[in-house]
Design a protein around this ligand. Structure first.
Ligand code: PMP
Length: 349
């Protein structure tokens, strides 16, 4: 019975990537603006002949470009194939004990999948009613802590001091702070890596840098933490990052001005969208991300979802008990969001 020996898992379900064009696609928190112009330039000039060779297993150019961008030493940076890869590697590396790791009940729904995959014991701690995290819930003995901050899919940020409280009270376990959305108005705990050797800060190119298709994620931590992560990576696959990703990733990191411009456009559109949604009777906690997680005060979620879909607007709906009334709406361009608001006005009558 070979099936008895299979590592069985219930996989993560990614948001739909529809095959049809012409949709307003607001279901996976992609950035509506193109990547930095330097990315296109490097792509056009890229040598096909160079693909003959293996990529640099240490990813040193990309690591150095990220280190430069954030003004940290290169030995504090790790890169991977999207932050999913970085996070998976971090779970595998740092959560090898017998105590439960802790993360919220409503958070990135890949965390429990990795924990199951790697047979890591875990406990999901309920968020408060307003979807905030109570740091005191994370002070019990544990095998590790994972916090998405700002959290997804809620969009809610936990204040800097409260994140530090969790890190400083867990010196015997690794605390992963997943900052996938922090560029849209959150405060990063990156400066705390100097102070705490148990902190890993994880970031991505997929949202604020408009490069979800390239698959680049990265992490910051003290050299010892990064070394352990690299040892696990080199025991799994030496060449995780392909040559185009490494080259284009450098070009994106180098253009700080473009990055800031895109982020501020998304933030401005988000603030406009919040006002409009409120006026239409949606309720939501304040979002510091590039999406808004909202429910309508009287109209059923699934009705709104399917009516939007009929109008070629794709948003995301999750099925957990506490979030089954909510829609997660990624922030698109001004024009896209105006179309969404007009459609909602029609739907809500
Ligand atoms: N963390 C969070 C909180 C996310 O929402 C996502 C996006 N699905 C990721 C990590 C992974 O993003 P990526 O692998 O594209 O970097």
């Amino acid at each position: 019975m070979w099936e008895d020996n299979v590592r069985k898992v219930v996989p993560y379900t990614p948001g739909e990537q529809p095959k049809v064009s012409g949709l307003i696609k607001l279901n996976t928190n992609e950035n509506p603006y193109p990547p930095a112009p330097g990315v296109e330039k490097v792509l056009k000039e890229m040598s096909v002949e160079g693909l003959r060779k293996y990529p640099d297993p240490t990813c040193s150019k990309l690591v150095d470009a990220i280190a430069d961008h954030y003004d940290v030493p290169s030995d504090r940076v790790f890169v991977g194939v999207g932050s999913d890869d970085v996070l998976a590697m971090a779970f595998l590396t740092f959560f090898n004990g017998t105590d439960e790791i802790l993360f919220p009940d409503i958070t990135y729904s890949f965390y429990d999948v990795w924990a199951d995959l790697f047979r890591i014991p875990y406990r999901q701690i309920p968020l408060n009613e307003d979807f905030s995290i109570n740091p005191d819930d994370y002070l019990a003995k544990n095998g590790g802590v994972v916090i998405a901050n700002p959290n997804a899919p809620t969009g809610v940020e936990l204040g800097f001091d409260l994140v530090e409280k969790i890190i400083s009270n867990n010196r015997d376990s690794v605390v992963i702070v997943d900052e996938a959305y922090v560029d849209f108005g959150g405060r990063s705990v990156l400066p705390l890596i100097d102070k705490y050797d148990n902190l890993l800060v994880v970031r991505t190119y997929s949202k604020s840098r408009s490069l979800a298709g390239l698959r680049i994620g990265y992490a910051f931590g003290q050299p010892k933490l990064i070394k352990y992560l690299s040892d696990a990576k080199f025991s799994f696959n030496s060449y995780t990052m392909n040559i185009p990703s490494l080259e284009l990733g450098v070009a994106a990191a180098e253009d700080k001005a473009y990055f800031e411009e895109v982020v501020s456009k998304v933030v401005k559109t988000r603030e406009w969208t919040k006002k409009e949604l409120k006026a239409l009777g949606f309720v939501f906690e304040d979002s510091k991300t590039n999406f808004i997680f909202a429910k309508h005060e009287s109209v059923a979620r699934d009705h709104i979802f399917s009516e939007l879909r009929k109008r070629n607007i794709l948003v995301r709906a999750f099925n957990g008990e506490r979030i089954k009334d909510y829609l997660r709406i990624s922030i698109g361009t001004d024009e896209e969001m105006k179309t969404v608001i007009a459609a909602l006005k029609e739907i809500l009558g």
